[in-house]
Design a protein around this ligand. Structure first.
Ligand SMILES: Nc1ncnc2c1ncn2[C@@H]1O[C@H](COP(=O)(O)OP(=O)(O)OP(=O)(O)O)[C@@H](O)[C@H]1O
Ligand SMILES: [Mg+2]
Length: 394
């Protein structure tokens, strides 16, 4: 607070000095700067000063437009929002030995190459090549985009800074440009991986906003940065909505990394990983859990598994109770064939009676009997395709 008062005093003194020296053009320049400076902290004051500025057309000197261009701020300190003083970047510093996310094979390959390129940058440079400087991560929510960015940064032994563009956009529009620039400048000068999260936020706003000009400037800032990002850093972007990304921006990234939603083997792997030591107990349900979780994101699977483990730790339910209740809720989202497949699987792989299975899945015992004898094993195709509907879980 006292720093702010001190600064206001300095501004006042400077203004008086310029005014008494009748350096009118300098006064105008200075006031224009004050308008920008106080726009966030004291919007009414800024507006008032702006009105004074505009009330009298300048007699000579540079036009106002030029004056109101933002000053180049050299700010090596950690970037914060002018008004809220909140940090613009989220910082992650993971250990290099942190667990590797579950990744599809080709995705893993391309990330490992990316890491190798950095480790052997000199070799590339000697051949006139440079390592991948930028990549865009595309995928549904909860498939590991942010987690992978953290892991990558840890492998490269630098921090990950995450700039949430939704947050930047929700700050006053006039300010989001300078916030973005401040954050980018900082990241460029620090060894790090920078992740522009939800990069589609800008595109989304573009359709419903009044200040198109400001948004265009934001896009331009990002376009330039992707082009000019130093090879010493790594610029990542993530989106759930690739279709909203400006094609001009899209093609500027050196690498496009697609995160698919997990397939059945990946779902199984995820269940195993998230169960940790409790796999010993839940392991016998793995096929059934995999079936029920098929089509879900890693983070949804993890959330449910955590819930099981907590309930188990509290002794509030047995593993069989938990699974039964869970399957019951999940069957609501399955189509008839998938429900039958699940019932057959339950009968085959558990000690549950046909009666109980019928209860859980809503498939009649006759149908279960018929399919259990007719089909073995349960058809894989329909297992892979439960209806993907958002399910309300209890
Ligand atoms: N591939 C994965 N391997 C292991 N765990 C994962 C994976 N993907 C997601 N998870 C789990 O889900 C959590 C959320 O994932 P993450 O934040 O990386 O998703 P995201 O793709 O960035 O989603 P959003 O688009 O919503 O930001 C992770 O912290 C992790 O616990
Ligand atoms: Mg994310």
């Amino acid at each position: 607070m006292s720093d702010e008062v001190e600064e206001v005093r300095n501004d006042l003194a400077q203004l008086v000095r310029l005014a008494l020296a009748e350096q009118t053009e300098d006064v105008r320049l200075f006031v224009a700067r004050l308008v920008r400076k106080y726009r966030n902290a004291a919007p009414e004051l800024a507006e008032q000063m702006d009105l004074y500025l505009r009330a009298k057309t300048p007699r000579s000197g540079p036009p106002l437009r030029k004056v109101s261009r933002p000053p180049v701020i050299d700010q090596p300190a950690f970037p914060v929002d002018d008004e809220s003083r909140l940090s613009l970047l989220k910082v992650f510093k993971d250990e290099p030995n942190c667990e590797q996310p579950l990744l599809a094979h080709d995705l893993e390959e391309s990330l490992i190459q990316l890491i190798q390129e950095r480790r052997q940058a000199e070799r590339l440079t000697s051949l006139g090549l440079h390592p991948t400087r930028s990549a865009i991560f595309v995928g549904q929510p909860g498939v590991g985009k942010t987690l992978t960015a953290r892991w990558l940064a840890a492998q490269l032994r630098v921090p990950l800074y995450v700039l949430d563009l939704t947050a930047v956009m929700s700050s006053l529009l006039g300010r989001s440009g300078s916030n973005l620039r401040t954050a980018l400048d900082f990241a460029k000068r620090t060894p790090c991986v920078l992740l522009l999260d939800e990069i589609d936020a800008i595109a989304k706003r573009r359709s419903d906003d009044t200040d198109i000009g400001e948004l265009k400037r934001l896009v331009t800032v990002i376009l330039q940065e992707v082009d000019e990002w130093p090879a010493t850093g790594l610029l990542l972007a993530a989106t759930n909505h690739p279709e909203l990304i400006d094609p001009a921006l899209w093609r500027r990234f050196d690498l496009v990394v697609k995160f698919e939603s997990p397939d059945l083997p990946a779902v199984k792997q995820a269940i195993k990983r998230f169960l940790g030591p409790d796999y010993a107990l839940f392991g016998r349900w793995i096929d059934i859990l995999a079936f029920a979780f098929n089509g879900e994101s890693f983070s949804d699977i993890e959330r449910d598994i955590r819930r099981f483990r907590r309930a188990l730790a509290l002794g509030s339910a047995s593993d069989a109770d938990l699974i039964e209740e869970f399957i019951k809720s999940r069957t609501l989202s399955l189509d008839r064939q998938a429900r039958i497949d699940l019932a057959v699987l339950l009968v085959k792989q558990t000690r549950l009676s046909q009666h109980t299975v019928s209860d859980i899945t809503g498939v009649s015992r006759d149908t279960i009997r018929k399919y259990s004898t007719e089909q073995q094993p349960a058809p894989k195709k329909s297992i892979k395709k439960p209806i993907k509907k958002p399910i309300k879980r209890s």
